[in-house]
Design a protein around this ligand. Structure first.
Ligand code: UT7
Length: 318
């Protein structure tokens, strides 16, 4: 029995804010030219309605994934959620989403890895399904980054966007599809380069040493992708589609180049959504599916890096 990607659902707030509009509305000393040339970002979605919560965004994406898969909420055995912009310090975001979905028998917990959420979450869910512990698990990344940004810190606030994505993993006997392998890594000596203090604390905003994160990302995303392939007995030439965390076009291009991947194998949408943290890979995967870029049996590599620092790469056959 393997765990296959059964469906992907997303939610994106309607309002797209381009760089000039963001600079003007937030009174930022920046420019469209700087943001585009340093990050590749042209616009991002920003949630307007203060009454909508991160749990709602997670719920919208999860509902869409469940409907696409044609299953009922009661058939969900587990929810693994991730966010760096939670509504509450605890309990887990996954518990709020469980209640909203009405899937009372599902276990629900969060994995704290900020932008690095997807590899450990898909890895955990896939192994739970393989072991027979569950049949259907939702992996959900949901972010309202605009609520945790320091709008006076131009080095970080221009980079992030709001959105959510849910990947439904399901048990399947199809040996040509599903979880192939992964590699995960962390360095707890680097907690200071990307973090946020406790909700409600004096300085409770996302804090990032951009250049330090950048340098680590470029090296480790390539390295961990190689490691995941090696663990699975595969090589770079086996990758059909590379769906990396969307933080910065320069990071994505540099990693793609280092791995020797042609541009047509690399999914990029950071230009339109910015960095949506835990939601970025599901949103990119969903877009690749909509564009017809995913064919049965294709090998997809999904590497990500985030606060911790945590990084990993997970491999699936579509
Ligand atoms: O998802 C995981 C978490 N995040 C990331 O992966 C992000 C990783 N980091 C990055 O993407 C890049 O480091 C940034 C896009 C954040 C910054 O790019 P950089 O090439 O590393 O620029 P920098 O931080 O070295 O700043 C260069 C200059 C500085 O001016 P001086 O000191 O050279 O005079 C900054 O003050 O650019 C200035 N600057 C800006 N100027 C205009 C910083 N932010 C801005 C801004 N607009 N928004």
């Amino acid at each position: 029995m393997n765990a296959i990607i059964k469906s992907v659902g997303i939610y994106l707030p309607e309002l797209a804010v381009n760089n000039d509009e963001l600079a003007k509305s937030r009174g930022l000393d920046t420019s469209d030219e700087w943001i585009k040339s340093r990050s590749g970002i042209a616009e991002r979605r920003i949630l307007q309605d203060d009454n909508i919560l991160t749990a709602d965004l997670g719920y919208f994406a999860a509902k869409s994934a469940i409907e696409k898969a044609g299953i009922l909420p009661g058939e969900i055995d587990g929810i693994i959620a991730g966010t760096m912009s939670p509504d509450k310090q605890f309990p887990a975001l996954a518990c709020y989403i469980q209640a909203k979905l009405g899937c009372g028998k599902a276990f629900a917990f969060d994995i704290t890895a900020a932008c690095g959420f997807i590899p450990p979450a898909l890895n955990t869910a896939a192994l739970m399904i393989r072991s027979g512990q569950a049949k259907n698990i939702l992996v959900i990344g949901a972010e309202i980054c605009s609520r945790i940004l320091d709008w006076s810190d131009r080095g970080s606030c221009v980079l992030f966007g709001d959105g959510s994505g849910a990947i439904l993993l399901s048990a399947s006997e199809d040996s040509n599809r599903g979880f192939v392998g992964s590699a995960l890594a962390s360095d707890g000596n680097l907690t200071d380069i990307l973090y946020m203090n406790t909700l409600g604390a004096k300085d409770s905003f996302l804090r990032m040493e951009g250049t330090a994160v950048y340098k680590l990302a470029v090296t480790e995303l390539a390295g961990i992708t190689r490691k995941a392939l090696e663990n699975a007995g595969l090589s770079i030439g086996d990758i059909d589609l590379f769906v990396p965390h969307q933080a910065n076009i320069r990071i994505i291009q540099s990693v793609g180049k280092s791995l020797g991947l042609s541009d047509d194998k690399v999914v990029v949408n950071v230009d339109r959504y910015g960095n949506t943290s835990s939601a970025s890979i599901p949103i990119a995967l969903h877009e690749a599916e909509q564009q017809g870029r995913l064919k049965p049996g294709m090998l997809i590599a999904m590497p990500a890096i985030g606060g911790g620092m945590n990084w990993g790469c997970v491999l699936f056959r579509w």
